[in-house]
Design a protein around this ligand. Structure first.
Ligand code: ZN
Length: 203
């Protein structure tokens, strides 16, 4: 799934805060967006491992939600929202595609690493790959709910994430074709500097 889909999912989940503590709605939804994106900052490292913790984030999120419910402040609610959304992101990556450069081929058995289980979780491919039509459609539904429910910054952020999702969805496969073209032509000493996961099944 795209980072933007995860951000919209986190925003949607955390927008429920408005039902029982509307004064914390902005920080909760902002935390949901940030927590939805943070795990994918490991893209350039060991992707879906370094910053993805499906079980450990969930345990931490439960503890932080309990603290935020007991002592609600901007800080406790914000931190709980970030961790809850990061936990949802990490767990939901197991429902997406594998880690290969062309995930639509369905050849990888690695979706997301569970540090708790000390092994890779297999991709379920409910959403075949990040940027797939069904991924963009899910982002559209989530953004639509947020846009129809809220005004102001939440609405603007939802529309921005949707716009990025649509553009990414349109570019997803052409980007890999462009990558193939480059890998065939770049000198070896340049290729050696590109992280392996970006070139492993292109050459
Ligand atoms: Zn991820």
């Amino acid at each position: 799934m795209m980072a933007t889909t995860h951000a919209l999912m986190g925003m949607g989940l955390l927008s429920a805060t408005g039902l029982f503590a509307p004064e914390y709605l902005p920080v909760a939804v902002a935390g949901g967006a940030v927590g939805g994106i943070i795990p994918d900052l490991d893209l350039l490292g060991n992707h879906r491992r370094t910053l993805h913790f499906p079980v450990l984030y969930s345990a931490g999120a439960l503890a932080l939600v309990a603290i935020a419910a007991t002592v609600p402040t901007i800080l406790t609610v914000g931190l709980a929202a970030v961790l809850l959304s990061a936990a949802l992101h990490s767990a939901m990556d197991a429902l997406g595609g594998g880690l290969e450069v062309k995930p639509w081929k369905g050849t990888s058995d690695r979706a997301v690493y569970s540090h708790y289980h000390d092994r890779w979780l297999a991709p379920r491919r409910w959403i075949r790959y990040d940027g797939a039509p069904e991924d963009v459609a899910l982002a559209g539904v989530l953004a639509g709910v947020l846009v129809l429910t809220f005004a102001g910054p939440i609405q603007t952020a939802a529309l921005a994430f949707l716009a990025i999702s649509v553009v990414y969805g349109l570019c997803r496969k052409p980007l890999v074709v462009a990558g193939e073209y480059l890998v065939e032509r770049l000198p070896q000493h340049v290729l050696d500097r590109i992280p392996f996961q970006f070139t492993e099944d292109l050459s």
